[in-house]
Design a binder for this molecule. Sequence first.
Ligand code: NDP
Length: 280
Amino acid sequence: MATIIDGKAIAARIRQEISRDVTTLKANGITPGLAVVLVGEDPASKVYVSMKEKACADVGIFSDEHKLPANTTEADLLALIDRLNNDPRIHGILVQLPLPKQINAEKVLEAISPNKDADGFHPYNVGRLMIGKPTFQPCTPYGVMVMLKETGIDLAGKEVVVVGRSNIVGKPVALMCLQQNATVTICHSRTKDLAAKVGQADVVIAAVGQPEMIKGSWIKEGAVVIDVGVNRVGEKKLVGDVEYGAAAERASAITPVPGGVGPMTITMLLYNTVESAKKR
Ligand code: NDP
């Protein structure tokens, strides 16, 4: 049976380190600040935002909340971003996606100062990631990399198969694995014979958004399985993109859902905010 990679425990350990860093920064007169902007009433977004605010409070980060009505204009949102870009109390800015239809999300993300881009979505930072320069790294893929490192998994020379090519998970995690000297294959909805591709992987990273679509029988004996997917099945149950039970019988290590990658995402947001404050 596979070792279970406990994202909650890893996240808790890193949050303790972040908390210590915040204490040191405060002793030097700097309180790290994260602005969290929520437009509208999307229920899932509201939950994410309140989780982020609580996480900030837990480690001592100042969280500056902006809850705007669903009919907010693009111009008003851009004006707020401009104020936050110039506010010295703020070291990270997060605009919760999705945004209402009247607002061009791309324009908003590009308006965030690359120096305060705690989510790592600004094209400038994406470009720096691409060429292997230090930058804000997007939180979910960054969390995956930290989990692998904390579990003692060295990617050099390994075959990594990433399933999913989104800008927020698949592509950046593939780049990060490449940076760690893995041989990386990126699969997507047009990939032929996904089972065979997955079957070659020493490390499988699933970011698809379809419940248990990666079958346990596809996993190579001894492979590491990182499941980014979060899919609601029925009223309350959450499952990943990987058929967990069957995969755990073949894998050497596997992340559960929930309690795997999920807790790492907000942790890396806190980390990015504090690192930004340190640079000031
Ligand atoms: P997207 O919907 O943006 O991307 C999904 C990707 O999966 C696409 O590249 C798509 O391919 C690919 N795909 C879809 N169907 C198939 C298929 N049958 N075979 C192979 N590839 C397929 O999703 P995200 O990247 O935003 O999120 C992925 C998952 O991760 C979701 O479950 C999401 O909830 C979860 N997530 C979890 C986070 C966390 O903190 N734990 C944070 C962010 C996301 P194509 O490009 O060809 O359409």
